[in-house]
Write a protein of this length. Structure first.
Lengths: 314, 241
């Protein structure tokens, strides 16, 4: 089965490992993604703060492009790995489906540039695809090297289930935990799985002197809670969350003096490891730190160990 | 736990000194809501309600404070979301549009989801940002407004954002010294192929630009701008008529 694929800007930049691992995992599971031709940015949360209608128009263009690929009147699945893009596309689709004055305005604008959107796209997140299309059972059958004994904290972040929860419970999502169980890992029980990591403002905050602590503190609270509960790694399904939690750990330590050394990976990377995929295909060499407890037999590959050496404080 | 408790108290102590506001007239006390009826804008709630999908629900607010309780950024806000909603309803326009709250908001949608009255609080925060940008009442000194403008410009021009470029531009424009501090991180990312300086762009830029222009040209939805009562002074709205 092949799906239309919307990567988003972060996944093509700092989140490259996410795309690599997602594509590899889906290929191993017999599904494929076709990248949307000439997709544009979803507008994130910054665009609606400047002009809401144009933000919807941005996503409407992507939705129209995805729909244009399909023949007939079948619904089209558009898969995105980024939680931020997921929210933007979903919100745009929602407000267009209401067919209110905004929808008329956007429809008119689309028509003016020769596009058309008939509301046939179903916006899907990669986790949704894995759990509800490919299925937990199919995944656990495909596992060749289960991650026995690995304790993971599944971090869903904000946008996967908020403001609209399409495929999981809004307050207590479990799809990632179920995926982790399927590959033999042990998801820890924690209450911060949908707490904000501050990623939406990382571009502004840790960089500036105005509110240096705000986002660092949020990330710090998440990581230290995960650590306190005994997690070996935090898994995310969003490139922004991953970057924010991984890249600023040294600054968190400097700011709060509470040592954290936490592996923060993408859910698809751990899935890939359990499916027996090569660490390099999963982009593990791109991570800033990657320490998982040793697995039998010789699970930790040499290249990752060599790369991982870079985590030492610079 | 001790470390966390420390962390929690620190920002509150630092907050008053770091509070940044827009251009205010000197006689206006900071952090005190408008208290004279003549200074209130009775049309403000309607203005916001028209600008946000389901915004009309804000009139149903029961001031329970769930939004403030669930907000992860509350420590850094000058007015809690609950107060913002209350003040919008009362028409304390001037204080609300100068507040740092909408700019500190991380758009995590916790408040929207938890609100017992289903008020789209995050949407209201975005609407307040739009008003503050339009009327130039956003807090000076916070880089967020600048960054959002920059981001929007890049998207309008190129169709995609390149994180490294936006971050670079922000440093250069706000705090060039910070750029140096982040070089090590940048290098580590570049070594791993996670950051580059090639600028992303879509092919059909003309189409995207035409689309965005067409949105402006379409008949507007009936969002009439401010219906300010005649004769009401507009203190501190920094140059907006």
């Amino acid at each position: 089965m092949r799906y239309a694929y919307y990567p988003g800007c972060s996944v093509s930049g700092t989140g490259r490992a996410y795309e690599e691992s997602l594509l590899a995992v889906l290929e191993a599971l017999g599904a494929g993604l076709d990248e949307l031709d000439d997709w544009n940015c979803c507008g994130a949360t910054a665009f609606p703060s400047v002009d809401e209608d144009k933000a919807i128009a941005l996503s409407a263009r992507n939705l129209a492009l995805a729909e244009g690929r399909a023949q007939g009147s079948e619904p089209v699945d558009l898969v995105t790995p980024c939680a931020g893009c997921f929210r933007a596309l979903l919100t745009a689709h929602g407000s267009l489906e209401e067919r209110g004055p905004v929808a008329r305005q956007i429809d008119g604008a689309l028509e003016a540039v020769g596009l058309r959107y008939d509301r046939r796209v179903r916006v899907r997140h990669a986790v949704d695809l894995l759990v509800n299309e490919i299925g937990i059972e199919a995944i656990s059958e495909a596992v060749t090297r289960p991650l026995e004994g690995l304790k993971v904290a599944c971090y869903y972040g904000c946008m996967l289930v908020r403001p609209n929860a399409t495929f999981d419970d809004q307050y207590h999502p479990t799809s990632m935990d179920r995926l982790m169980q399927a590959i033999g890992a042990e998801p820890i029980d924690w209450s911060l799985k949908t707490r904000c990591c501050g990623g939406a403002c990382y571009g502004a905050d840790p960089f500036s002197g105005t509110m240096p602590q705000a986002t660092l503190w949020l990330g710090h609270a998440l990581l230290s809670e995960a650590k306190r509960r005994g997690a070996d790694a935090v898994v995310t399904a969003c490139p922004l969350c991953q970057f924010n939690l991984e890249a600023f750990q040294e600054r968190m330590v400097r700011e709060f003096g509470h040592p954290i050394e936490m592996t923060v990976g993408y859910i698809t990377q751990l899935l890939g490891l359990a499916l027996g995929l090569d660490e390099r295909t999963l982009g593990i060499h791109r991570m800033l730190r990657w320490h998982l407890p040793e697995r039998e037999p010789a699970a930790v590959g040499a290249p990752a160990a060599a790369e991982g050496g870079g985590h030492a404080r610079t | 736990m001790g470390a966390l408790a420390q962390v929690a108290t620190e920002p509150t102590q630092a907050a008053p000194a770091k509070r940044v506001t827009g251009k205010r007239k000197k006689w206006r006390p900071v952090k005190i809501p408008s208290r004279f009826e003549a200074l209130l804008d009775p049309g403000f709630a309607a203005e916001i309600a028209a600008d946000v999908p389901d915004g009309e629900d804000l009139r149903a607010c029961i001031q329970c404070g769930t939004c403030a309780g669930t907000c992860p950024m509350i420590l850094y806000m000058d007015l809690a979301p609950r107060r913002i909603i209350g003040m919008i309803r009362e028409g304390a326009r001037d204080d609300v549009v100068h507040s740092t709250t909408p700019w500190v908001c991380a758009s995590c949608y916790s408040c929207t989801v938890e609100c017992p009255k289903q008020i789209p609080i995050t949407g209201i925060m975005h609407a307040l940002r739009r008003i503050a940008l339009r009327e130039k009442t956003y807090p000076r000194g916070l880089p967020v407004p600048l960054m959002e403008r920059e981001f929007v410009n890049v998207i309008e021009k190129r169709g995609r954002s390149t994180e490294s470029w936006i971050a670079m531009k922000m440093y250069v424009r706000t705090e060039p010294t910070q750029l140096l501090r982040h070089i090590p991180l940048g290098l580590r990312l570049m070594r791993r192929g996670r950051m580059g300086f090639g600028r992303e762009s879509i092919r059909d830029r003309a189409q995207l630009r035409a689309l965005l222009r067409a949105v402006d040209e379409q008949p507007r939805k009936s969002a009439a701008p401010t219906s300010r009562a005649p004769g009401v002074p507009t203190p501190g709205t920094g140059g907006a008529s």
